[in-house]
Design a protein. Structure first.
Length: 372
């Protein structure tokens, strides 16, 4: 019976995707409001993770978003994404250790597939979170996962919208929510919360039409040279210890693949002052050059007007002392002085990036760059 039920469910889903979707044929609002409930669990992603997870976690979310109608070429290229913000509140399981979380999360919702009755989407968001029960060596020594109250909050959701009325949809989604301060304050393994969510979305004053479907232009400039300098701070894995800077420089060739996307490849160099101090004081026979690392990087950057999201993968050519993983990843948000794809001007950009080794964040860096 379960198999039959699943077959009927997926049959219904794919019927919703059965025809080519033209947004001007359907009623859409200019903005919408939604509320949702999350049910899930914190999962232990590291052998260093001390607390036992014995209870489920619950969360609620309120969002407001704007529906783009293709006024800009990048909106048409990305299939008219929604841009909005979420207020997220969680009561984590094992509450005496993890406490509550509160977060403000700007997000972008990308349509993977749209249909008459059902829409399939990916939502990505990067914001700030507040956790009220971080590590304290006296009152909360078991929590070696989060060392500060203020943290980054990163979220990914994969979901389905079910259209029950022109001004109402129901939805369900799988969600991954990550809280971390990227080692600015130890301990910092980070909280990874995986949950199923369900809720409703109110779409006031829905109307047909108003979607711009003009042809998408090609980028004016295709080849770029990208330079970047950034700085990060961390506490060298000592709770309450001094903060040390990391200086990061990168150079890459990038190639535009569309009006709102480019790929890039290059070299990244980082110098860790904290590691230099540690090597100089406590390690015999290791050259201070081992406080540096050099890596080759490849990545992709998606533009939403002057704002861009990028993700890159790095492989170490020269590893720093006590750096075990051979690869790392970075996720970032950038603001560009000139809108990508619409001119050949040299332009500045400012960015914030999170570096991770597998599932553990290493640091955040703030930087400035130049597109040539």
């Amino acid at each position: 019976m379960r198999l039959v039920g699943l077959l009927l469910f997926f049959s219904f889903v794919f019927q919703g995707f059965g025809q080519k979707y033209n947004p001007n044929d359907y009623e859409h609002p200019s903005m919408n409001i939604s509320g949702s409930y999350y049910y899930g669990v914190i999962f232990k992603h590291s052998s260093k993770f001390i607390p036992d997870i014995t209870e489920k976690s619950h969360a609620f979310e309120l969002t407001v978003s704007r529906v783009t109608k293709g006024e800009k070429a990048w909106q048409r290229k990305l299939n008219y994404p929604e841009i909005g913000g979420a207020f997220f509140v969680a009561r984590f399981g094992n509450h005496e250790i993890f406490g509550n979380a509160y977060a403000l999360i700007p997000f972008t919702k990308f349509w993977l597939k749209r249909g008459k009755n059902i829409d399939f989407y990916l939502r990505t968001g990067f914001g700030l979170g507040y956790l009220n029960r971080p590590y304290n060596r006296v009152s909360n020594p078991t929590n070696n996962v989060i060392g500060s109250k203020v943290n980054n909050c990163t979220q990914f959701s994969l979901g389905l919208d079910y259209k029950v009325h022109k001004e109402l949809t129901l939805f369900s989604a799988l969600n991954f929510t990550h809280f971390s301060n990227a080692s600015f304050q130890s301990p910092n393994l980070g909280i990874n919360y995986v949950a199923f969510s369900t809720g409703f979305r109110y779409l006031p004053n829905s109307q047909k039409g108003n979607y711009n479907q003009e042809l998408i232009p090609k980028p004016i400039q295709k080849n770029f040279f990208r330079l970047n300098y950034a700085m990060a701070f961390y506490d060298n894995r000592t709770p309450g210890g001094p903060k040390y800077p990391i200086y990061v420089m990168s150079a890459a060739y990038s190639r535009a693949t569309s009006i709102n996307n480019r790929v890039f490849a290059g070299l990244n160099y980082a110098f860790d002052v904290g590691k230099r101090e540690y090597i100089s004081q406590f390690v015999v026979g290791i050259d201070p050059i081992k406080a540096s690392d050099l890596s080759v990087i490849v990545g992709d950057e998606i533009f939403l007007g002057r704002v861009s999201f990028d993700a890159l993968l790095g492989v170490y050519l020269l590893k720093a002392y006590d750096s075990k993983p051979p690869v790392f990843a970075k996720l970032g948000l950038n603001y560009h002085a000139v809108q990508f794809g619409e001119s050949k001007e040299k332009s500045l950009f400012f960015g914030i990036h999170m570096k991770t080794h597998y599932s553990v964040a290493q640091h955040f860096d703030l930087g400035v760059g130049l597109n040539l």
